[in-house]
Design a protein around this ligand. Structure first.
Ligand code: C2E
Ligand code: MG
Ligand code: MG
Ligand code: MG
Length: 279
């Protein structure tokens, strides 16, 4: 850019940085609008019992169809939402929408909802969640909150207090993307998680890489001895499912068992599951 010319090395780096910043700013502006205009949607992906393949619940995953760009993946807009603070509003919207939806289901399937570390910076997160649970009439025992290690890196005391409060109300807490962070094991010691979600990178490699298989096997054993439910994410093939069944993993999630679907497709899914269970 002309403005930067003559400022030595900056000239080489600025245009690229500038484009990225600009891109983020545009995305932030559009996301703000999306929240205001209801362009966001929640999709639901089945959580399934590993051996019986019985339907246990669903994970809520936010979706954004941008009017010009089409579907923008969460991996692109969640970071923007986190940096801009919009995640507070977005997270609350997902929580309210998913709890309201789950409260209408005929069965008592679980609803799992992702929380961003940024949401924990606000003092009233627990109060907000408890209020939504109460207002939507969802039994708190049906709610599972998914957090990643990032949550526990920040203000640990406050985070643990928040999680404990939610747990004492009957809400369950899962450690998401297990194995991808720096100190997953120490987190298991610091907080009584109800569930460990083995990251899909391990599941993906399982059949071809002996080390990944060993890791998956160890995490399943770890869960068993700590009495924590273990779920494997990203199960895509019958071979992966068979391996996890032979290792007696508790639960599975992945495209093989079901892709994330909009709320309007859930009734059919749940009816099919009931029919299958009755057979
Ligand atoms: P996550 O919580 O680990 O969610 C699982 C991701 O894996 C989802 O991606 C899901 O669509 C994808 N997935 C499920 N099964 C398979 C499979 O068999 N193969 C493959 N390749 N992928 C599979 P998605 O929906 O793109 O979300 C990505 C991440 O964005 C989530 O990872 C979560 O960290 C975040 N996210 C999504 N929705 C929300 C939300 O409402 N709030 C917050 N804070 N984060 C969210
Ligand atoms: Mg998750
Ligand atoms: Mg995950
Ligand atoms: Mg993930």
């Amino acid at each position: 850019r002309a403005k930067a010319a003559g400022r030595g090395t900056y000239r080489f780096f600025e245009p690229e940085m500038d484009t990225r910043l600009q891109e983020r700013r545009l995305l932030e502006r559009d996301l703000r609008q999306a929240l205001a205009e209801g362009q966001l949607e929640v999709h639901y992906q089945p959580l399934v019992e590993c051996n019986s393949e019985a339907l246990l619940g669903f994970e809520a995953l936010v979706r954004w169809r941008h009017p010009e760009r089409g579907q923008v993946p969460p991996s692109e807009f969640i970071p923007v939402a986190e940096e801009s603070g919009l995640i507070i509003q977005l997270g609350e919207w997902v929580m309210r929408t998913a709890c309201r939806e789950a409260a209408k289901w005929p069965g008592d399937q679980r609803i799992a909802i992702n929380l961003s570390p940024v949401q924990f910076r606000h003092a009233d997160l627990a109060h907000k969640i408890l209020t939504i649970v109460e207002q939507t009439g969802l039994a708190p025992e049906r709610l599972e909150l998914e957090i990643t290690e990032g949550v526990l890196i920040e203000d640990t005391e406050h985070t643990l207090a928040t999680l404990s409060l939610l747990k004492s109300a009957g809400i369950r807490v899962s450690l998401d993307d297990f194995g991808t962070g720096y100190s997953s094991l120490s987190y298991l010691q610091r907080f009584p998680f109800d569930k460990i979600k083995i990251d899909r990178s391990f599941v993906w490699e399982m059949g071809r890489n002996a080390d990944s298989m060993a890791i998956v096997r160890s995490v399943i054993a770890l869960g068993r001895s700590l009495r924590i439910t273990v779920i494997a994410e990203g199960v895509e093939t019958p071979e992966q499912l068979a391996l996890l069944q032979s290792e007696q993993c508790d639960q599975v999630q992945g495209f093989l068992l079901g892709r994330p679907v909009p709320a309007r497709d859930l009734t059919q899914l749940m009816t099919d599951a009931e029919t299958a269970a009755a057979e």
